[in-house]
Design a protein around this ligand. Structure first.
Ligand code: ADP
Ligand code: MG
Length: 240
């Protein structure tokens, strides 16, 4: 579903991604961990071209990530992204947040868009919040609304960039549970997180990044029990 080959990214003369090679299979859940500044967000942002690659190739479902135009709009529709800050439209109700993009980008009619939106809000456990403005919701509910909004586009891939980092601790679990549900339903997911419990429980594979490189990758049980590199061991000693 995702094929990354020799991806490099520079910001000016700052080389932040070094020859990243990575493949994610359909239905696979990949958890990306690593210290702050290691390039995790930049990697995610290259996948839906919020950042452009400096060199290398990225394919989503076999199609090279386009530069612009309608192909780029299609890519963004296929690759859902959930950020640390929920990025909901604050002046629109939760339901409107969820129906907007399918109507505008996919050309779905309002009745169908609303039906789908209500199903998705049910699925993330906030059906009763549909008519409220985001500010009336808790952080956990807002993040679940953001997940529903991304799912409304029927994406092929979901990217999560530290989706629980801005949440009060008591709300982290409800968001991770929704994500684990998606994973169990077979969604292809790339998840940047510091939640090691989630990585152990839901990941098919863990990638450890440091200094813009993929330093280590493995199944969660092997990675957490017996990391092969000193850098991964040091990192785990700090976060576990
Ligand atoms: P992570 O998500 O792992 O914390 P990032 O991908 O955000 O790391 O950042 C990787 C490196 O790239 C950092 O050194 C960061 O300062 C730098 N960086 C990220 N975005 C930009 C940008 N828009 N302009 C310049 N430097 C950036
Ligand atoms: Mg980041």
């Amino acid at each position: 579903m995702i094929q990354i080959q020799a991806l490099n990214k520079w910001f000016g003369d700052h080389h932040v991604l070094h020859d990243v090679d990575l493949e994610v299979a359909q239905g696979e859940v990949l958890v990306v961990i690593g210290p702050s500044g290691s390039g995790k967000s930049t990697l995610c942002r290259c996948l839906n071209r919020l950042e452009s690659a400096s060199s290398g190739t990225i394919r989503i479902d076999g199609v090279p990530v386009p530069e612009e135009g309608r192909e780029l709009a299609r890519l963004r529709a296929d690759v859902g992204m959930v950020f640390q800050s929920f990025n909901l439209f604050q002046h629109k109700t939760v339901l409107e947040n969820v129906v907007l993009a399918p109507m505008k980008v996919r050309g779905v009619g309002r009745a169908e868009a609303e039906r789908t939106a209500r199903e998705l809000l049910e699925r993330v456990g906030i059906a009763e919040q549909a008519g409220k403005l985001p500010a009336r919701l808790s952080g956990g509910q807002q993040q679940r609304a953001a997940i529903a909004r991304a799912l409304a586009m029927r994406p092929k891939v979901m990217l999560f960039d530290e989706p629980t980092s801005a949440l009060d601790p008591e709300m982290v679990g409800e968001v991770l549970d929704v994500m684990a549900g998606l994973a169990a339903d077979g969604m292809t997911m790339v998840v940047v997180t510091h939640e090691m419990g989630f990585a152990r429980r839901a990941a098919d594979r863990v990638v450890f990044m440091d200094g813009g490189r993929i330093v280590e990758t493995g199944r969660p049980d092997t990675f957490f029990e017996a990391p092969r590199t000193d850098r991964a061991r040091d990192f785990l000693a700090k976060v576990l």
